[in-house]
Write a protein that binds this ligand. Structure first.
Ligand code: ZN
Ligand code: ZN
Ligand code: FE
Length: 762
């Protein structure tokens, strides 16, 4: 019998061993490069059937079966017992990736109860783990997953740990990171070089004093501070250069989380599963924590502790903690003790560290739920890497390098694709170096050699340049893939769609095939091609990227595109702007627009949200990416049951492409503001309008093409209010609606989409 899936490094062989003994079967089990091979001998087919049934129904917690193939063979030798034999060293299969162990997993319940059992030999041992839990890819240097190939290699097992490790009946049989106080990693605290329990006590004291503690977590350093203390939160924001972006919290358990957030069943499951992502939740109306944790937002990210160290820390501290990544704004998180002591010295007051190396950087993953579906926004610790099964075959090995923001890469081979963890924005040299390192590590680890490369159509993305460079070095082809085509292809791949779909790709910006900036696109899409059937009417983006940071510029861009009579309606708003912005600056921007100097045009939906936020006076300067739309969403949510209608908009047919003109939306908003309608209602009315634009355009496309399958993707759909409204509306109109959930809808999903498009290119 051959089994494939996540079945190595999860206690699968001892599980089979135990099962075989229970069913009175003889034979053996071993790992191979293709999965796990089992040979069982029995004269009774009933016994064999029961055995197979038990395999699937009693799987170890971290195991997951992809395929189970049985063949009947003649027994060459009669086995007298059942045993675990050494790994088979068979030839590698060129069509599949080597077997991938599971990603890092939070501490399991068995380990957790040992952790707080004073009689257990691992009582309060921060690095406790077993076959069913603990670190994986954060400590793996190369495959196969053996202790000698991890950063646990330097810790020689003591005799107690060694006997657990070699006993198939023990929960720690072949638990590669197995350790205890006698043989495992040790905590240290700086300043002062304290160890063990003293180090912990010092860290707690530091937190209680209102200080910021840098803690060496699983995939990198995290910054912790008291979540009830707004002055330490303010200090953290200032030092980390993170003025507004919400900070995540670590709470002791679900009950504590319920005190501060509304938690639906799906979010509950998501929070407590072993992957332990940060889950974005709605704050309770009376939110009794520091008010500067999430500013102008009704949401906050919550995670539960996932290592022994986290559990001890939060229990000893006894209250909610801020837990945010240990980096300076968007740089990669600090990984080594020296890196942390150097890079975080101006942020953290103290450091709780240890001597187990983090081999690979992994941020915390981020997810939320929409209509009872979990949706991943950032795929990192606990989720990556994993193999995605493809419903098509890649004839060549494809390496797709993704986008520029929220970068990831994807390796595809045969019927599988592996995407990297979130590697951040490629704006600084540290991030680009990290991207490079992880790419090299993956290629070595998964023994992957590309035959062809894929990249974004934008030639100046750091990832595009790297793709071209690799292609040149290896003398390979490099396929540019249009940004929004890739967004939709990623969604199609996740949901295993074939044929043609209506792709609604709404995002910030991506280069279009006409070399202008797209972002409000309705595409008739298949994997091998797409046709742009409708889009938002392009408007000026004065100052280019500066217009993204400063939505008031975008507002001027929109106003400029309107007819003369409509423009007059905005006089009072321009007057208001003059009070808040430097007048010469405004004049300069106007001049920029008039002379088309550094003023590209864009059809982006993200920019419409920005300009609306500026018009409402909600957000004229964005301190972090997506701030303006997030604030609009928060304002609108309390009104989501109101029966307010929508603003008008025009669909203008030109040749075969429809353009959506937003002038009437903006004039409508302007008169609503003047007549005193509250911002929340206006914002909800605007959300309703975007929904209507999408549904009306999809109806039109269905009429002309007969296609009724819709894929929604692009960063704009990180707005869960909008996603929910659109999904409901389209489903009600008998569209079959898909949106990415296992793959992020933002630019982190591009690499998978690029790989899928490249696989279909001829
Ligand atoms: Zn465990
Ligand atoms: Zn030990
Ligand atoms: Fe995008």
């Amino acid at each position: 019998m051959n089994i494939t899936g996540v079945i190595q490094g999860v206690g699968f062989r001892p599980f089979i061993y135990t099962l075989a003994h229970r069913h009175g079967l003889t034979g053996f089990v071993c790992n191979s490069s293709l999965g796990v091979e089992i040979e069982v001998q029995s004269s009774s087919t009933d016994d064999l059937d029961r055995f197979c049934y038990s395999i699937e129904s009693e799987l170890p917690p971290l195991a997951c079966i992809n395929s189970l193939n049985k063949i009947q063979i003649e027994a060459l030798t009669e086995e007298s017992s059942f045993h675990i034999v050494e790994s088979l060293t068979d030839n590698e299969n060129p069509e599949t990736f080597p077997i991938i162990p599971p990603a890092d997993s939070s501490i399991c319940n068995d380990c957790l109860s040992e952790l707080f059992d004073p009689k257990d030999r691992r009582y309060r041992f921060p690095f406790i783990n077993c076959t069913n839990c603990g670190p994986r890819f954060t400590i793996i240097k190369k495959l196969p997953y053996d202790r000698s190939n991890t950063s646990m290699q330097k810790f020689a097992l003591c005799s107690s740990c060694a006997s657990e490790y070699s006993n198939p009946k023990d929960r720690r049989f072949h638990a590669q990171p197995n350790a205890c106080f006698d043989c495992g990693p040790q905590l240290t605290f700086e300043p002062g070089s304290y160890n063990g329990e003293e180090a912990l006590a010092k860290a707690i004291k530091s937190l209680k004093k209102g200080e910021i503690v840098a803690l060496k977590g699983l995939g990198g350093f995290q910054l912790f501070c008291d979540a009830t203390n707004s002055s330490v939160v303010a200090k953290l924001r200032l030092r980390k250069h993170r003025p507004t972006k919400p900070l995540a919290l670590m709470l002791q358990d679900i009950d504590q989380a319920k005190k501060y957030c509304d938690i639906d069943t799906t979010s509950h499951e998501l929070l407590s599963q072993s992957k332990r992502p940060i889950v974005i939740l709605k704050k309770r109306n009376k939110f009794a924590l520091a008010d500067n944790l999430s500013i102008n937002s009704d949401q906050i990210g919550i995670m539960l502790p996932y290592t022994g160290l986290h559990h001890i820390l939060i229990k000893d501290f006894g209250g909610p903690l801020v837990a945010t990544s240990g980096n300076l704004s968007e740089e990669p998180i600090a990984c080594t003790n020296n890196e942390a002591l150097q890079d975080l010295k101006l942020i953290a007051d103290s450091f709780l560290m240890h001597n187990r190396d983090i081999v690979s950087r992994y941020d915390d993953s981020v997810a939320y739920c929409v209509t009872n579906k979990p949706i991943l926004l950032r795929k990192a610790r606990g989720y990556a890497p994993d193999a995605i099964n493809l419903h098509f075959v890649c004839q060549k090995n494809i390496l797709a390098l993704g986008g520029h923001l929220k970068s990831t890469f994807c390796m595809a081979k045969g019927k599988q694709a592996i995407t990297s963890q979130h590697l951040g924005d490629l704006d600084d040299i540290k991030s680009i170096d990290n991207y490079h390192d992880v790419l090299e590590q993956y290629q070595n680890m998964f023994k992957f050699k590309p035959d062809i490369l894929a990249r974004d159509l934008h030639p100046d993305y750091a990832s595009s340049r790297l793709a071209e460079q690799i292609a040149k070095e290896l003398n390979l082809d490099c396929i540019p893939v249009q940004h929004h085509h890739a967004h939709i292809a990623a969604c199609m791949t996740e949901h295993q769609l074939t044929g043609t779909v209506i792709g609604v790709a709404l995002d910030g910006l991506g280069m279009g095939s006409d070399e202008t900036l797209w972002g409000g696109e309705f595409l008739l899409c298949s994997f091998d091609s797409f046709k742009r059937l409708a889009h938002l009417a392009p408007v000026a983006m004065p100052g280019g990227t500066l217009a993204i940071k400063e939505p008031w510029r975008m507002m001027l861009g929109f106003i400029d595109s309107f007819e003369k009579e409509s423009k007059n309606k905005f006089e009072p708003f321009l007057e208001r702007l003059k009070h808040n912005e430097n007048e010469t600056k405004i004049a300069l921007v106007q001049k920029q627009i008039d002379s088309s100097l550094n003023t590209p045009f864009t059809s982006s939906m993200g920019r419409v949200f920005d300009a609306v936020a500026a018009l409402l006076g909600v957000c004229t300067h964005q301190q972090h990416e997506g701030q303006a739309p997030a604030e609009l969403e928060s304002l609108a949510r309390p009104h989501s049951n109101s029966n307010i209608q929508s603003y008008d908009f025009d669909l203008i047919e030109t040749d075969s492409v429809n353009q959506i003109n937003t002038q009437a939306i903006f004039t409508g908003i302007a008169s609503d503001i003047t007549s005193g309608l509250p911002n929340g209602l206006i914002s909800f009315k605007f959300h309703q309008t975007v929904k209507k634009i999408i549904s009306k355009t999809c109806h039109q496309i269905r009429l002309s093409t007969g296609c009724s399958v819709v894929c929604l993707s692009g960063g704009v759909f990180q707005n869960r209010l909008l996603l929910q409204l659109v999904e409901e509306e389209l489903t009600m109109s008998n569209f079959k609606v898909y949106f990415p959930s296992a793959v992020p809808c933002n630019d982190a999903g591009l690499s998978l989409g690029q790989a899928a498009v490249a696989a279909h290119s001829r």
